[in-house]
Design a binder for this molecule. Structure first.
Ligand SMILES: Cc1ncc(COP(=O)(O)O)c(C=O)c1O
Length: 375
């Protein structure tokens, strides 16, 4: 079966070199990293080397990197710690965050642990930075600002430095969900005014179920899972040894090949825009598609018809993987909270196509040809 995979914002395939780096830890190097004999110490060394690699690539300190199970756990931890440990009693977020953020902040609001404000969005889906400044200026409580670096559905990229500097001005804590940008853009955390960022290995050809949380050395939070002394007493439980090794290897490869791979993928995105405009009438794009936007994500709106309403189903039948929203809602008919917030046009149907280095222009030609038939 010749499947075309255009859903790389949901997850990516594992790189062969990443698997190779992980294999010894599935087989011969199985010692528990907490064991004190040499077998354990070898595993511990692999984890600490992975931490050093990740820290170096992001220009952070190894002590600022915690390995977790992925983006969801990292965001839950950062947001909850900001409220419970750092005294933030007001959370400012946006309506287009991932559910890992939205459901966490709603939970804290329902539990009366923090007040919640949503910053306004501009017509192109970017955050209204003036409104953010107003919300911070009017806040009587210490605030947590949680805004994603890049939106997983429409691809818009936040000016993380501008937001960080605004937060600094009002002594607010700043968490950014960087799941779609870690492994896709260079980071320089020493020179980025942010307290928490997150990453998930499976978004950049690493393994699933492993991620990281960066906690700036100037903030002190309490342990987030209680038990043993793993992750320097912060997150108890035997480590995902092979996952952590794979996470670091995937980030290493992504960083080394960033220039060529990002240029290649951006070219694919531009080619698909051009082909869609040539071949499909009334096609439209959601988000700041040609502006400050992820090179991996293209969110397309088609006019709503009986046929186009079945588009995801029909693409699936034709072995084309794309998504109607974030991964957790893809295929479901619930619609996307992001599309509702940025383009609430009931006469349009939105589909997200997202690319990787393994996609080709020939695949785009096939998909556009199919879309022409299906719309
Ligand atoms: C922006 C964003 N944040 C968080 C997550 C959750 O990451 P994970 O599935 O690794 O927990 C995702 C994955 O869909 C995402 O795209």
């Amino acid at each position: 079966m010749n499947r075309i995979y255009f859903d790389n914002a949901a997850t990516t395939s594992l790189d062969a070199a990443v698997l190779d780096s992980m294999m010894p830890y599935f087989t011969t190097h199985f010692g528990n990293p907490s064991s004190i004999y040499s077998y354990g110490r070898e595993s511990r060394l692999a984890i600490e080397n992975a931490r050093k690699t990740v820290a170096k690539l992001l220009n952070a300190h190894p002590a600022e990197i915690f390995f977790t199970s992925g983006g969801t756990e990292s965001s839950n931890t950062a947001i909850t710690a900001a409220v419970r440990d750092l005294g933030c009693k007001h959370i400012i977020t946006s309506a287009i965050e991932h559910h890992a953020t939205l459901h966490t902040v709603e939970h804290l609001r329902h539990a009366n642990e923090a007040a919640l404000s949503y910053v306004k969005l501009l017509p192109d889906g970017h955050i209204d930075l003036e409104d953010l400044e107003r919300l911070l200026a009017e806040s009587k409580e210490k605030s947590l600002v949680t805004l994603m670096h890049a939106n997983n559905e429409i691809g818009n990229i936040l000016d993380i430095h501008a937001v960080g500097n605004t937060c600094k001005k009002f002594s607010a804590i700043f968490h950014s969900d960087t799941v779609q940008t870690v492994g896709h853009f260079p980071f320089d955390l020493r020179n980025t005014p942010v307290h928490f960022i997150t990453g998930a290995g499976h978004k950049f050809h690493g393994p699933k179920g492993v991620g990281m949380l960066y906690v700036n050395e100037n903030v002190k939070i309490k342990p987030f899972v209680h038990g043993g002394s793993q992750e320097r007493n912060m997150r108890a439980g035997t480590e995902n040894l092979y996952g952590i090794v794979g996470f670091a290897k995937a980030l290493e490869l992504a960083t080394a090949n960033y220039e060529t791979e990002s240029a290649y993928i951006k070219d694919l995105k531009l080619y698909m825009i051009e082909q869609l405009q040539k071949n499909i009438q009334q096609v439209a794009f959601n988000g700041d598609v040609l502006g400050n936007s992820l090179y991996t994500v293209l969110n397309v709106s088609f006019p709503k018809t009986e046929k186009s309403e079945m588009i995801l189903f029909n693409l699936d039948i034709n072995n084309i993987c794309a998504s109607g929203g974030s991964a957790c809602t893809s295929g479901a008919d619930t619609g996307s909270h992001v599309i509702r917030a940025v383009n609430n046009d009931p006469n349009q149907v939105a589909v997200r196509f997202s690319f990787s280095k393994y996609n080709t222009k020939a695949e785009i030609d096939t998909v556009v040809g199919k879309l022409k038939e299906l719309i």
